[in-house]
Design a protein around this ligand. Sequence first.
Ligand code: SF4
Length: 283
Amino acid sequence: MTAYTAQMDSMFTGEPPRHILSLSGGKDSAALAIYLRDRVPDIEYIFHDTDKELPETYDYISRLEAVLGKPIVRTTPTDSFDHWLTVYRGMLPSNHRRWCTKMLKLKPFEDYVGNGPVVNYVGLRADENRTGYISTKPNIMAVYPFQDDGLVRADIIRILEDSGLGLPPYMNWGRSRSGCYFCFYQQKIEWVRLLETHPALFELAMGYEERSVQFGEQFYWVKNEPLRQLKEPTRVERIKLDWEKSEQRKKDRRGNRSLIETLGGLEPEDDGHLRDGCLVCSI
Ligand code: SF4
C-alpha cells in the first residue's frame, strides 16, 4: 500500500474502500489513470461503454490499457441507448433531459460499485472551474488528485506525452471531447467535423432526429437546427466562418494574458466545449 492509498483508506472506518477510476476516453481521465498507476496499485479502471462512442475512443482505451498494463473493465449497460430512447418516447437527450448519462453511465457505475465503500478518482484539473454530474451515493467518496496536487492542462499533456499515449486521436480532427458520437454537447463546428470525418455516424445521428417524430414530437440534437439543415454546404461554410471569427477573437483576447495563464490553460473554453457537461462522459 502506498502512502497515497493509506491516506485515502484512513478516511473510512471499518471495511477498507475500493479505489475506482472511471475512464471516459478523454485526456484528463487517461492522464489521471497514468498518474495514479503507481500511487494506487490496487486501483480498478472502468469504462462505461454506451456502444455509441467514437471509433477513436475505443482505440484510445485499448492503447491506454497497454500503457497501464492492467485491464480496463467495460461496463456495458444492460439496456441500450435505443432501448431507453423508446422508453423515453423518442425524446432525444439534451442538457436539460440528460437521461443518457443517468442510464448509460451513472447507473452502470453505481451497479459496478455496489454498496461498499469506494474512493472515486475524478480527473478535474486545478486550472478548471467545472462542475458536473457525478454519483452522489453515500458510500462513494469523490477525490480530485489533480486539484489536490495543483496539476494544470500543461501537466496533463506532459503526462500523456511522456507515457507515449498522447492526446485522444479524435482531437486530431477537431473534436474536443469524448462521449457518444451524437453528443448534444458538441458545438456546431464539431458536428461539421463529424460530418466530414465520419459521414456514416453523422447520418446515424440524423436518423435519430428523423425517427423521433414517430413518437409525436420532433427533437433535434442541436437546439432548433435539424442536422439535415446543418449539413447543407452553405450552412457548413457559414459555421466554419463563424468558428474562425470566434477563434480569432479568443486569440486577440489571449494577447493580454500572462504567460502562466496561457501555459496553465486558463482560457475558460480552452477545450472548446461547455464546462458543465457530464464529468463521467467527458473528463
Ligand atoms: S456523451 Fe453525451 S450523449 Fe453520450 S451519454 Fe454522455 S451526455 Fe449523453
